[in-house]
Design a protein around this ligand. Structure first.
Ligand SMILES: C[S@@+](CC[C@H](N)C(=O)[O-])C[C@H]1O[C@@H](n2cnc3c(N)ncnc32)[C@H](O)[C@@H]1O
Length: 250
């Protein structure tokens, strides 16, 4: 997927809204049919979902396009004060700020990942570890509290997770350095272990970066998402879950 996918999706939404509006307007002009607002949204939902399928977006885009207008109708029935929507918009914008650019939304990794991840870290020597896209910092706080010999770093692009992770770091007095920004602007040569939990859309680019910048013998780890066409040196099952931890030695 390309970076402009969010803009494309927005454009398709607007086109679908306009067509739905025209269709219902024409049906009012030339028939006795007086569609309610719900029918307008239903037409829009069906049309937007069909357009997304026609344009070969992933199926889940179409599902979201279908469900979202119907949710709008559902919420409007609830008599919720309008400032609620403003607050929700602000929170979601700060949480998913960079997703349209990075194609990687915020969702935390599971705690069941931590024991196998700790096993992969050096036991007898000092090391540097970075979580690319460190979210709210949970993974780093756990590792830093249990691995004395590690120096832990995080980089996060979305403002709200970054802010929360910084506040948590101050409150916990954790030995973790968390920076705001894109990990594409951070050189990876200073790290012994690079960890990421991103999305399939980001894997090729981050692997290219790791290959060029990481030192020989260092370890690149990815939770859940594999680098396409590059055989991993490590594949660990995370308990009985389907998600895997993959590792590549540079
Ligand atoms: C799936 S979450 C993982 C969070 C955390 N690593 C964990 O395991 O709980 C991915 C995070 O990467 C961040 N992210 C995506 N692209 C990024 C980039 N280019 N630079 C920095 N952070 C990025 C997102 O904002 C999101 O918080």
């Amino acid at each position: 997927m390309k970076k402009s996918v969010g803009l494309k999706a927005l454009l398709v939404q607007l086109i679908s809204l306009m067509i739905s509006f025209v269709v219902l307007h024409v049906s009012r002009q030339f028939s006795d049919f007086r569609p309610e607002f719900f029918y307008f949204l239903l037409t829009h939902a069906c049309l937007a979902a069909s357009l997304f399928l026609f344009l070969r977006f992933d199926w889940w885009w179409a599902l979201i396009q279908f469900i979202f207008p119907l949710c709008v109708f559902g919420f409007l029935q609830q008599n919720i004060p309008s400032y609620f929507y403003l607050i929700a918009l602000a929170v979601f914008s700060l949480l998913f700020w960079s997703t349209y650019k990075t194609q990687v939304p915020y969702y935390p990794s599971k705690t069941s990942l931590l024991p196998p991840l700790r096993e992969l870290l050096p036991k007898d020597s000092e090391f540097t570890f970075v979580d690319l896209g460190s979210g709210m910092g949970g993974l780093l706080f756990d590792l830093s509290s249990r691995c004395e010999q590690g120096h832990f770093f995080g980089i996060e692009y979305a403002p709200l997770p970054w802010l929360i992770s910084r506040l948590r770091q101050i409150m916990k007095r954790a030995r973790v350095d968390i920076h705001y920004g894109s990990f594409f602007d951070c050189h990876l040569s200073k790290f012994d272990v690079v960890f990421c939990y991103l999305s399939p859309a980001a894997m090729t680019a981050i692997w290219e970066k790791a290959k060029h910048e990481m030192r020989p013998g260092t370890l690149f780890l990815s939770y859940e998402f594999i680098v396409p066409s590059v055989k991993p040196d490590i594949v660990l099952n995370i308990e009985a879950e389907e998600a895997l931890l993959y590792g590549w030695y540079l």
